[in-house]
Design a protein around this ligand. Structure first.
Ligand code: FAD
Length: 415
């Protein structure tokens, strides 16, 4: 192995997983992990789930304690921001003024929340959720709030909505799309999720055009507290707390500035390499080829993708190759008593077969008669079976499912 100095920019899920996997694979060179957030690398999913609704201390979010980094000779520079990559000199310039040489550089820079630039956005009581401090602020605000508006009926928005409704807040979810989770689940699963939230008292407004926020006296001066969300039809939704959850954009600026290709993420090949052989990208910030879904390439925002891309890149960097096959994407979301799980990637024109009720739901999605995605609510066994069935391409087919063959655990056993 010729590389001796590995530098990883971004100490989130993918960056941490790569550092740990390199040591596990026996890599003996130096590993430096640069992260612009203070403290130890931590897990984001609980921020919109158990952590938000509970009283846990921030330390419970850490992947590993400080001694793990010492024992594994992983140098963590945090908080430290990477400002520039000098590809010719094989160096990264850091905000502290330090310059970090590398033989191999991995970009694990994640994504950042999209913001709403509309009148009143600077009022207090309007939140977005990505980091541990964001979650701590939102958790504190929840304690004193009576009503909440959630802008964006995606994973994070709906997880927050379930927590807020369980606390007794009057919750309204607003989305520009005609249904919930429109980019990630089928209309059938979206309807089941919506009904579950409505049973908690949550109200949905779809096709919503949000024009601004206002304070109690109708103004929108910075520092005032939000009191309502204004809509284009001149109505307003009362809320003393607002969560904006309208998706994320990849952190591609560092790569773009040093001449790497960026197109909805840092463009990589199927070995996670950019067009510079010394620079790779993994996790939320990377856009690479895929054999799943309806597109030839994609960018995923998920823990599975962060972990799998880190594990596979560690194999490539230490052995020159990685295990065959493109890992099947899977996702989960805990919304109150609902555990939504998705195996595979659906597309807009899939045929579907649905079984079960709202809180015990399964929609199978098919392309060309073949099972390509399974969405379940509170059916963990079916989800696990679906991952294996889809990965190995062994059905059931659309015709079989339409004829009633919807027991995925039995299908897996039979196969
Ligand atoms: C509230 C919330 C809930 C989620 N829930 C789920 C879930 O239930 N299931 C699921 O699969 N996924 C979930 N996700 C998504 C999941 O957390 C991400 O897909 C995962 O963290 C991606 O890992 P990453 O390392 O690519 O990015 P991140 O974990 O975001 O890490 C990137 C890091 O790079 C840092 N960085 C950026 N620029 C620089 C720079 N110039 N210099 C130094 N550091 C920099 C960032 O600050 C960040 O710390 C959730 C995300 C959020 C925000």
């Amino acid at each position: 192995m010729t590389l001796n100095r590995l530098v990883i920019l971004g100490a989130g899920h993918a960056g941490f997983a790569l550092a740990a996997a390199m040591r596990q694979a026996g890599y003996g060179g130096s590993v430096t992990l640069v992260g612009d957030e203070p403290g130890l690398p931590y897990n984001r999913p609980p921020l919109s789930k158990a952590y938000l609704g509970g009283t846990d201390h921030e330390e419970t979010l850490h992947f590993r304690p400080a001694r793990f980094f010492e024992e594994n000779r992983i140098t963590l520079l945090a908080p430290e921001r990477a400002l520039r990559i000098d590809r010719e000199a094989f160096k990264v310039e850091l905000a502290s003024g330090r310059s970090l040489p590398y033989d191999n550089l991995v970009l694990a820079l994640g994504a950042r929340n999209r913001s709403l630039a509309i009148p009143g956005s600077e009022l207090t009581g309007i939140f977005s959720l990505r980091s541990a401090p964001d979650a701590a602020g939102l958790r504190a605000a929840l304690a004193g709030a009576r009503s909440a508006a959630v802008i964006g009926a995606g994973f994070v928005g709906l997880e927050f909505a379930a927590t807020a409704a369980a606390r007794g807040l009057a919750v309204t979810v607003l989305d520009a799309a005609p249904r919930a989770m429109s980019r990630v689940v089928s209309p059938e699963t979206a309807a089941a999720i919506q009904r579950c939230h409505e049973s908690l008292g949550t109200r949905f407004v779809f096709n919503a055009q949000i024009t601004g926020f206002k304070a109690r006296d109708g103004t929108a001066s910075p520092g005032d507290r939000v009191n309502a969300v204004r809509l284009a039809d001149d109505t307003a939704v009362q809320a003393d707390l607002v969560l904006v959850g309208i998706g994320a954009a990849p952190n591609g600026e560092l790569a773009e500035a040093c001449g790497l290709e960026v197109s909805n993420g840092i463009v990589v090949d199927n070995g996670y390499r950019t067009r510079d052989p010394a620079i790779s990208a993994i996790g939320d910030c990377a856009h690479g080829p895929t054999t799943h879904g309806h597109a030839r390439s994609h960018r995923l925002e998920s823990v599975q993708n962060a972990n799998d891309s880190a594990r596979r890149l560690a194999q490539i960097l230490t052995t020159g190759a990685c295990d065959a096959g493109d890992p099947i994407p899977w996702f989960w979301s805990d919304q109150g008593k609902m555990k939504l799980q998705i195996a595979g990637l659906g597309g807009p024109n899939d045929a579907t077969v649905t079984t079960g009720s709202n809180a015990d739901h399964m929609t199978m999605r098919f392309r060309g008669g073949r099972l390509i995605c399974v969405e379940t609510i509170n059916r963990a066994g079916d989800h696990m079976a679906a991952r294996r069935l889809i990965a190995s391409g062994i059905g059931p087919s659309l015709a079989e499912a339409q004829a009633g063959a919807c027991d995925l655990k039995a299908a897996l056993k039979a196969a």
